[in-house]
Design a protein around this ligand. Sequence first.
Ligand SMILES: N[C@@H](CCC(=O)N[C@@H](CS)C(=O)NCC(=O)O)C(=O)O
Length: 273
Amino acid sequence: MIFPETFKIENISVPHLVTIPYSHYCELGRWALDISKTEYKEMKYMPGYHVSIVGGLRKRKENRSNSSFAGQESSHHGGRRKYSVPLVAMPNGTILKDSWEILEKYVGPVDPYWKDLLDNKLGIAVRQLGYYYFLNPKNKGLLDNILKQTSLAERIYWLFFGGFVKKSMYELMDITAESIEKSKKIIFEVFDEASEKIASNSNSLTTESSFSPTDLAFCALGSIAVFPQNYSRNVISMGKLEDFPEEYQNIINHCRKTPAGKFIIEAYNSKRL
Ligand SMILES: N[C@@H](CCC(=O)N[C@@H](CS)C(=O)NCC(=O)O)C(=O)O
């Protein structure tokens, strides 16, 4: 593929999910569409390349969400939400603005306590951790594996502008050795809290149903700390665990052993095909 596919919202006949394909917030939106058996098309872009496409769709402020955004961890201003993914462009010309709106439309309402914790704490901490290892030049193979799955134009874009995009990402998401220690602590705390809830509610974060929308959100946003099989329904391959740096493997193995980690692995095995 030379260029990634683009589209005009006025010409579409099925919902178009716009993603950075490996993003766990995008995975949340994708899983919601998949589990509800919605017919849709995914439009995937690499960071940096996504800006003009997403910025165009979110030109009007009412098409931007109020939920967390990449940059709030470095106190960047909310204008950054203009470039946030996922979004769903609907055939009637409207936009579903974030992963939560997609989940709530196609699957159902999310418990407000967990929504806040998952959106503002777990999701951000997991992303910081993932990028810390994926962007590190020492682990070049991890990013190369992602780039291999993109279009020629995106690979050329990253060849020329990758250094700049990476630097901006480090700043935007406050990716430093110190912030990673904090992220790790947040992840372990949320996994502990989720483990307790899952045990007390007999296998769910909520009492309403066996695999509630809140459970789905937890599994998607916690996934990058666990790397379950079938992540993204294999739209993107994140590589092999044994190729990850040992430090990252240790964190993943720790999370995998918790009841919450096992819950995520089981959900991906039984509900993500
Ligand atoms: N609260 C938002 C979070 C979305 C988010 O942070 N997306 C990141 C990817 S993980 C993103 O758009 N990054 C690219 C950018 O901000 O330019 C949601 O639930 O959709």
